[in-house]
Write a protein that binds this ligand. Structure first.
Ligand code: DVN
Length: 277
């Protein structure tokens, strides 16, 4: 084979290599840009707040946003007590919910799949305030000297007690528990050793705020796996702690329910409000 041909082949090989490297670089750059955009969009609180608020009728979303921002704007990251959200709660009071309140802990996905199909039960995240900010990973904060809402550089959930996100959920949870009446239900995870941890919102705030005679009973639905040798049951120590935290005048019940039974109720929701368990 003379030089001409081999040179041409070398040139083709070089061109192909350059093209491949350039393509890979382009894909990497696009991926980085897309991630940054997604993070920025995901991080944007106001558009998320308004878009989700508008799915509810009868609420002044601008007024809710203004009351929401007032809680943390111009304040240090870790100086936002739950009471800072009182004006927001007053602007969107949780309607009294009799025999429909569904509390939960460590069962976020399952409980919301269930209440999405079973309108006989309502979680905090099905109310306007719980819904507008129930976006995984959404965070927000303010800082002294600025009227802006920041979504980067904000404290994490456990960085400090009085951070804007955790204080919002504490205050909203308190309002939700205060509105409970009649029979209250709580869906817990029976596949883990400690279904209710001491630092959980359920334990720290909600159970303690269930108040008789308005609230008559609390029924624990402990979701277990069929034929499983692991997991726990209604005799679990953390459930005994829940019982201790609960006002003695409120009737306490606990029921172990196989997850497939709940999944069946999700897959074929009944029109009536007959219990699934
Ligand atoms: O009764 C429910 C509901 O009404 C709510 O208001 O409070 C109860 C659920 O809170 P919980 O008892 O603390 O239950 P969890 O499952 O431990 O936590 C609920 C959520 O809080 C988690 O799903 C986290 O939200 P996320 O990140 O999945 O959108 C968040 N959370 C709890 N501990 C956290 C945390 N996020 C980050 N770090 C932590 N340590």
């Amino acid at each position: 084979m003379d030089c001409g041909e081999s040179c041409v082949r070398q040139k083709k090989r070089r061109c192909c290599l350059i093209f491949c490297v350039a393509s890979v670089l382009l894909v990497v750059v696009l991926a980085v840009v897309w991630t940054l955009v997604l993070r920025q969009e995901k991080g944007q609180v106001q558009p998320v707040f308004f878009a989700r608020c508008k799915t509810f009728t009868g609420y002044d979303c601008q007024a809710l946003w203004d009351a929401f921002q007032k809680a943390y704007v111009q304040r240090d990251h870790c100086d936002v007590p739950m009471e800072a959200y009182d004006p927001l709660i007053a602007a969107a009071p949780v309607e009294p919910a009799c025999n429909t309140v569904m509390l939960w802990s460590k069962t976020k996905d399952l409980v919301h799949k269930f209440t999405e199909k079973n309108k006989c039960f309502v979680t905090l995240e099905d109310t306007v305030l719980g819904f507008v900010l129930n976006v995984n990973g959404l965070t927000w904060c303010g800082k002294k000297g600025s009227n802006k809402t920041f979504t980067v550089g904000c404290p994490k959930w456990t960085d400090c007690d009085n951070n804007p996100v955790r204080s919002f959920w504490n205050r909203a949870s308190a309002a939700f528990a205060d509105a409970a009446c009649g029979d209250v239900t709580v869906m817990l995870n029976g596949s883990i050793d400690v279904p209710v941890t001491p630092d959980s919102t359920l334990r720290r705030i909600e159970v303690k705020r269930l108040s008789p005679p308005r609230v008559k009973s609390l029924t624990v639905i402990l979701v277990i796996q069929e034929n499983s040798s692991t997991g726990t049951n209604c005799a679990n120590a953390s459930l005994k702690d829940v019982r201790k935290d609960l006002d003695r005048r409120i009737k306490y019940k606990c029921k172990e329910v196989i997850e497939s039974q709940i999944q069946e109720c999700i897959d074929s929701p009944r029109n009536s409000c007959g219990p699934c368990w």
